[in-house]
Ligand binder design. Structure first.
Ligand code: HEM
Length: 501
């Protein structure tokens, strides 16, 4: 192992750099090493540079690396007070409490639950396409910045799926849910950055002050929405196939994995199989706040990531018209086979080229550029080839997803957008330690099936009626903006939707 000393915190560096570039720069410093170390001032961080090492730490030796680094939450279960939202969310929870929450929520994200939720997602996708059709009919030119446009769609999906309300952010552009949601997801605001730094540098003080990354007033707004919604449903016996319904089932102890549930790759190649942790039993009873905290996380985890995935995919389809045409042909075939019936979750899953295209989009532009793990007991790293050293309890390891996805060692000509990497013949050759859009092991993204369903649905409904074309504002090739948390194009991703009929 070799190491490098960075005289700025990684926070400072990422503020000045483009996030993907920063990770790739670090990764490229040590091309011959499986693990490289760097110091974030005095804190050592181990960067895992090898797919087999990533699988070992992420899956086989998961018990040493169950949690994320406590930069945003207390360091122990006792330190997280019941009222905090982010700290009680699945992403931030630690140890046994995380295991219990994962097992509680896992049955809500299976293929069969997604099948039920599909209608809500498809409704939002259809409504978005209808909006563009109406604009075209009114004689308007359909030139849009896609991040803004598609984040309105992903906002409406989270509103309907996680908060149980219907909003229309394409037509009512400044609706409360969208405006407040955007504020909540804005991790670049100076207040959030200061809170982040305080939690990170003085966790005990942050704990005493009950600091939470989520703003109090915004939290109150969304919390009231959820509790009112639950009361209405209780009072009137309303059942709606969404996350609130699932959480109400959790309260009754009625949400369980179905025995016959098939899991592997059912929603697409990029999904990660749920581990035994997610399928285990526990007897913990959750408070209302602990359950509501999960809806907030679904918003934070699903809003930006899904918008980024869709935006960069739209760009690639625009600059690769041959891929777009082939995908359109598959959409037409699917529509014809439907014979006038509405698209179902199963139909979407059957679209093989769509899955190849989405998998390649997530390879080239992974919305989560890096994943981390926190070592919870001393770990002897041994690659069996002479490299042995201890990763101490309290130290952090990084999985540099974007760098691995763009390393020619694993993907030849990585700059090329080539869905054929994921065709039936090539799929078995992909090392799963080198394809990590939704992370790895038991701590992988619980929402991957929902995310893929969103991306595929919107692409289906938009491409059915419009082609994606470059406009004068399209920046080719794209340049990335200096943005600490998000993958963002410098001038946005502009393109034109041209009506097909
Ligand atoms: C394309 C979209 C998305 C991408 C690329 C993405 C990626 C990720 C990644 C990389 C992780 C960390 C995994 C690890 O460390 O191994 C994660 C965790 C998580 N994601 Fe996603 N995600 C997406 C969409 C969503 C959606 C729609 C939801 C919502 C419901 C969601 C909910 C979560 C949650 C709750 C966690 C924490 C899981 C845990 O700690 O047990 N994500 N996601």
């Amino acid at each position: 192992m070799n190491s490098i000393h960075i005289n700025e915190t990684s926070l400072q560096l990422t503020l000045r750099c483009r996030p993907g570039q920063f990770v790739q720069w670090l990764y490229n410093q040590f091309p011959d090493f499986k693990v490289a170390g760097f110091y974030d001032l005095t804190t050592p961080i181990f960067m895992l540079r090898n797919p087999d090492v990533i699988k070992k730490i992420g899956v086989k030796d998961f018990d040493y690396f169950t949690d994320h680094t406590p930069t945003m939450a207390g360091t122990s279960e006792k330190e997280v007070n019941g009222e905090q939202l982010f700290a009680n969310s699945l992403f931030a929870l630690r140890g046994q409490k995380w295991r219990d929450m994962r097992a509680t929520l896992s049955p809500a994200f299976t293929g069969s639950k997604m099948r039920h939720m599909f209608e809500l997602v498809a409704q939002s996708a259809k409504s978005t396409a209808e909006f563009f059709k109406a604009e075209a009919k009114a004689g308007k030119r359909l030139e849009y910045e896609m991040k803004d446009t598609l984040s309105r769609f992903s906002n409406d999906v989270i509103a309907t799926v996680a908060f149980g309300i219907e909003v229309d952010s394409m037509r009512e552009r400044e609706n409360d849910f969208y405006v407040k949601g955007k504020q909540m997801a804005n991790f670049q605001s100076i207040v959030v950055l200061l809170k982040f730094l305080l939690i990170r540098s003085a966790p005990s003080l942050a704990q005493k002050l009950k600091i939470d990354l989520i703003d109090k007033d915004l939290a109150a707004y969304f919390k009231t929405m959820i509790t009112d919604n639950m009361k209405q449903r209780d009072a009137h016996g309303i059942i709606r196939n969404d996350m609130i319904h699932m959480l109400m089932e959790v309260r009754k102890g009625a949400l369980k994995h179905q025995k016959e549930e098939k899991d592997t790759k059912d929603a697409g190649f990029a999904t990660v199989e749920e581990s035994t942790v997610g399928k285990s039993n526990h007897s913990r009873v959750w408070t209302e706040n602990e359950l509501i905290a999960q809806c907030f996380l679904f918003f934070l985890a699903g809003f930006e990531t899904v918008s980024v995935a869709m935006t960069f995919l739209a760009y690639e389809l625009t600059v690769n018209p041959d891929v777009q045409n082939r995908l359109y042909a598959e959409i037409l075939d699917t529509e014809q086979a439907l014979g006038g019936n509405p698209l179902t979750y199963e139909d979407l899953q059957k679209m093989e080229y769509m899955d190849m295209v989405v998998s390649e989009g997530l390879r080239k532009w992974p919305p989560a550029v890096v994943s981390d793990r926190f070592c919870n007991k001393d770990y002897m790293f041994d690659d069996g080839e002479g490299t042995r050293f201890v990763i101490e309890k309290g130290q952090t390891v990084w999985i540099p997803t974007i760098a691995i996805h763009n390393d020619p060692k694993y993907y030849s000509n990585p700059e090329k957008f080539d869905p054929e990497r994921f065709n039936e013949q090539n799929r078995p050759n992909i090392n799963l330690g080198a394809y990590l859009p939704f992370g790895i092991g038991p701590r992988n993204c619980i929402g991957s099936r929902l995310a893929l369903m969103e991306v595929k649905s919107i692409m289906y409904y938009l491409l059915k009626d419009f082609s994606f074309e470059p406009s004068e504002k399209t920046q080719i090739p794209l340049k990335m903006a200096k943005n600490m948390f998000a993958m963002q194009a410098e001038n946005g991703v502009w393109l034109e939707l041209k009506p097909r009929h």
